[in-house]
Design a protein around this ligand. Sequence first.
Ligand code: FAD
Length: 513
Amino acid sequence: MTRTRTILIVGGGTAGWLAAAYLARYLGVREDGPIRITLLESQDIGIVGVGEGTFPTIRGTLKFLGIDETRFMRETAATFKQGIRFDRWVTGAEDDSFFHPFEAPFPMEGAGLVPYWLLQERDARPPFAQAMTFQPRVAEARRAPKRGPEGDFEAPLNYAYHFDAAKAAAALARCARDLGVLHLQGTVTDVMLGPDGAIDHVLTREQGPLSADFYLDCSGFRAELIGRALGVPQKPVKPILATDRALSCKVPHGMPDAPLESVTLATAHAAGWTWDIGLEGGRGIGCVYSSDHMSDDAAEAALRAYLAPMLGRDAAPPPLRRIAFDPGYRETPWVKNCVAIGLSGGFLEPLESTSVVLVEVAVGMLAELFPHDGDWQAPAARFNELMTRRFENIVAFLKLHYCLSRREEPFWRDNRDPATIPPGLRDLLARWRTRPPSRFDFALDLEAFAYFNYQYILYGMGFETDLSAARGAYPDVDAARKTFARIQAYGDHAIRDLPAHRALIRRLNQTSA
Ligand code: FAD
């Protein structure tokens, strides 16, 4: 049995550099050690570099890598992200809005708070997220989730970041190089397989042949190794999630002191949605749409209409980047001595920012299952099973946002067609008619989205769970009322106590490294 010694990562986007740094840190790369990692990156092929929203898991990942939070935020033009505000997803009306915060519902012994909210009069109760946690109020007041830059990665409220993806890749690259990863510039022109079908070596234009024991395909949508060389197909999800195009741009903040959002703004339109992310120094804005339901010109017009109020009449329109994608994922991202991580492994769409978190999940699993004895088979099977299940679960969670909408345009009507809803999700929706999502609906250690994430979307979008038959099972009405009141009081206090998001970002950028 050969001992694994060398890893070649093809691709220097967020996926490649995050994988390089994580594996170097976890496996302990040293010049004289048993593991060497090389990252090869093409100078001619750019990175997608759009992804700006992340998941709270990113804090643990950066901490593990030994990265200083303030420095990272400064280098990547980052801001805090406390969740997502969904506008116009339910009816399309101007006041149609709900929050998906990162904070879980406030705990209460027994059945928790959710049934007591469900049992309240529909018209008398506050919106679900605002009743369950004070984070939406903090975000609405444009407050930061923490008091100051001190206390790396810790805060009273759960948070992630919005960042400039290209700058994040550069910051991770520096970290990986510091951890001992060798960086080569070069473009893979061919991939040579051995008699057993495993990758023997790659041919590069600038570096000649390069060989390793193990290969990571982080080459983005091109999927040079897993797709082109090994022929592993993508499982398409276009029949479920219809969007397959994006237009993106950057615009400056209108006023340097204008309040800075700490949530992603996701605004639905006739055939998809628009993201709007506040970064330090500007906003990243983009339009996601289905090419079956909207022409490229109509999407551009929708984006320009969204941008118009923030640009002023005489401002030059920002250049738009056009991105086409084929939503789907590979059910076997690990084949022999090659693992696809990042866009090469799959991409669904930008909703709920699930891409970078899937990179974190994949590299975490790879590091822990790493086949030091050279026997790939068992870890590959486990990795493939778990990644596939994660993708399936995320597909269902994203679909929830579309199939619960009551909008009437063809895109939204098509999204409600039962034939486009995965059977597992259809079953859960039927069960949730008489009880809220429960932790027993999901295998917890597997999910990017837990039962309470489903609750935020369901009840944010007006889904009805009729608990009248079980009313007697919820006797703690008084305790629930007090807990709801306590959440409001904590919210009042937090809004007074926490700094403005804009002020904290400014402070962070003034702190010397
Ligand atoms: P890329 O960034 O494309 O990097 C590919 C790398 O491979 C590059 O370095 C390139 O030079 C190299 N390469 C390619 N071919 C070769 C070759 N032949 N030889 C050598 N090198 C090669 N994710 C989120 O988490 N949150 C979001 O909000 C989000 N929004 C998104 C919005 C859109 C519209 C899109 C399309 C994606 C979004 N993503 C988001 C996904 C996110 O951008 C990616 O998951 C992330 O950037 C990782 O990309 P990657 O590293 O796999 O690929």
